[in-house]
Design a protein around this ligand. Structure first.
Ligand code: DC
Length: 222
């Protein structure tokens, strides 16, 4: 096990990982890695530069991804992209670049370097299964597609963005399909992860189950 405690939170889109991770990060005073944001920033950049998805230029760009996370804001070079990367259009682009094995390999070191003291909460699809295999505690959240679409619509509306439930449900299913069935690092729960089915749970319930699991792992480490 690595000396820096890493807690991984994986699961499909709209399952509530972001909410849980923000609470865990505040509770333990740990850093937070939003790995999905990396794929989103890359998807946006590839689209803005009109790079063909299968080109070597995409991989090269991923190796030196000019992304910065500063005070809750996300920057792509000199462009602030915090909000624009949250659109469904960018989510689809992210999911497309994420199937490219060399892109995933290119982003690996960046993600692993985020494991800094006092600890890290890592949010994504393959945090526990690939990026932080030796994490102290692993969580995997599940929820059915309809529930996730409803949560997503609420989230988008709160951000003042347009949202259509039928379209979002369809997009979530397509993204799930791609994320779960890709050949490299598919969305899958690590064997040693606690799987929480959140469809009928409140954010508080999920948080309580998560910290009970994590605290138990901390206790076992001493
Ligand atoms: O978590 P998110 O919705 O921001 O992720 C956007 C896309 O990025 C998602 O469809 C798949 C991809 N992704 C990934 O492949 N691996 C990760 N660790 C995080 C995200």
């Amino acid at each position: 096990m690595s000396l820096i405690p890493v807690i991984t939170v994986d699961g499909p889109s709209g399952v509530g990982k972001g909410t849980l991770c923000a609470r865990l990060s505040a509770h333990y005073g740990f850093h937070f890695l939003d790995s999905g944001a990396l794929y989103r920033v890359l998807g946006l950049a590839v689209n803005q530069q009109a790079l063909p998805l299968d080109s070597a230029a995409v991989i090269q760009f991923a190796r030196h991804l000019p992304v910065r996370f500063v005070d809750g804001k996300i920057w792509l070079e000199e462009q602030e992209v915090t909000d624009v990367i949250r659109t469904e259009q960018v989510a689809a682009l992210a999911s497309q670049v994420a199937v490219i094995p060399a892109v995933r390999a290119a982003l690996l070191a960046f993600q692993q370097d985020c494991a800094q003291g006092p600890g890290l909460i890592a949010d994504g699809r393959d945090m526990g299964s690939v990026v932080f295999k030796n994490a102290l505690a692993k969580l995997f959240l599940e929820a059915n597609a309809t529930v996730r679409a409803e949560r997503r619509v609420k989230q988008l509306k709160n951000q003042g963005l347009d949202a259509n439930i039928v379209q979002i449900t369809q997009e979530i299913k397509e993204r799930d399909e791609r994320d779960r069935n890709r050949s490299v690092a598919p969305l899958i729960a690590a064997a040693d992860a606690l799987v929480i089915e959140t469809s009928h749970l409140t954010a508080d319930d999920v948080f309580k189950q998560a910290i009970a699991w994590i605290d138990n792992k901390f206790a076992g480490r001493k």
